[in-house]
Design a protein around this ligand. Structure first.
Ligand code: RIB
Length: 306
């Protein structure tokens, strides 16, 4: 099976649980906190490895305690790190995450640290890995010029590109036609389409606009509702798995979805089955605390998705 290259950031997640997410100017007394491995790219790479994919993670971490946590995670989960640079100059990234204990919803502030210093030269060093992959997957947490550069390298070598546009950021128009799969959530889809995206109908409208920009396939994730798919030939909606009050932390569910999608496509699943597999992985991740640590193993996904 072809490998998957993931470019993105690793950050240590400092997570605070409480009865609500505080609003501006408000202080609340939380209930508990945890520190765990995070960063969208890293979470996606871990999701892929645990789901049985062969994954290479391209990133940068610091030579510190949080960086050590990353290396332990990759060794346990089987993520290949030949293209992970250890910086002596910059510290490992961190994210402050507030989680509403009742609903599992979150708010995140991420400081990429060393991963914010990934350069085009780092991509050149990883270019052979990218060229040998079946899929190149990235997000918008690493420096934008570097992300766009890597997408151009992957696309010019006929490698399928998945862009998870998180956090939503303006990208150059010339990049859209190089994207095979674009996976925004509601907020991100709204950013690119210029209108609110809450329902299937909104997702359909947003997808048409995105397809016009030259993207080949659009998948809008709608949280606990499911995911809407569209390309120039077909469109459909795949509902999420109903998990009710088993949902305790939705942080990283989007990463689980994208990781699952990459694995399923690499295995040659058709689009509907690939999205169902991604929904199963994402759904299971919401039943555990944390991000990378909440990603399920392949057996759990297959049992749940049977
Ligand atoms: O998608 C969740 C992730 O976003 C967290 O792990 C946090 O580190 C931020 O990158």
């Amino acid at each position: 099976m072809k490998s998957i290259s993931v470019l993105g950031i690793y950050a240590a997640d400092l997570v605070f649980f409480g009865e609500k997410i505080p609003i501006t100017g408000e202080t609340i007394l939380g209930t508990n906190h945890m520190i765990g491995p995070g960063g969208k790219g890293s979470n996606q790479a871990v999701a892929i490895a645990k789901a049985g994919g062969n994954v290479n993670f391209i990133s940068k971490i610091g030579n510190d305690q949080y960086g050590k946590m990353a290396k332990e995670l990759y060794s346990e989960s089987g993520v290949n790190i030949a293209n992970l640079t250890i910086s002596e100059e910059y510290s490992t990234g961190v994210a402050g995450i507030m989680v509403n204990k009742k609903t599992g919803e979150n708010a995140i502030n991420v400081v990429p640290g060393a991963a914010g210093k990934i350069t085009k030269n780092d991509i050149d060093k990883a270019s052979q890995t990218i060229k040998e992959s079946g899929i190149f997957l990235t997000q918008l947490e690493a420096p934008l010029d570097v992300v766009e550069y890597a997408i151009e390298i992957a696309s010019s070598n006929n490698i399928d590109v998945i862009l998870n546009p998180a956090p939503a950021t303006k990208i150059q128009d010339k990049i859209f036609p190089l994207i095979n799969y674009f996976t925004p959530n509601e907020t991100e889809a709204a950013f690119y389409a210029g209108h609110k995206v809450e329902t299937k109908e909104d997702a359909a409208r947003a997808s048409s606009k995105l397809l016009e920009k030259g993207i080949k396939n659009v998948i809008v994730t709608l949280g606990e509702k499911g995911a809407y798919f569209a390309n120039k030939k077909e469109d459909f909606f795949i509902p999420a798995f109903a998990l009710g009050n088993k949902v305790i932390d939705t942080t990283g569910a989007g990463d689980g979805f994208v990781g699952g999608l990459a694995v399923a496509l690499t295995e040659g699943k058709n689009m509907k089955d690939a999205i169902k597999f991604a929904n199963a992985l994402a759904g299971l991740s919401t039943t555990k605390f944390g991000t990378a640590q909440s990603m399920p193993k392949r057996l759990e996904i297959d049992n749940f998705n049977a």
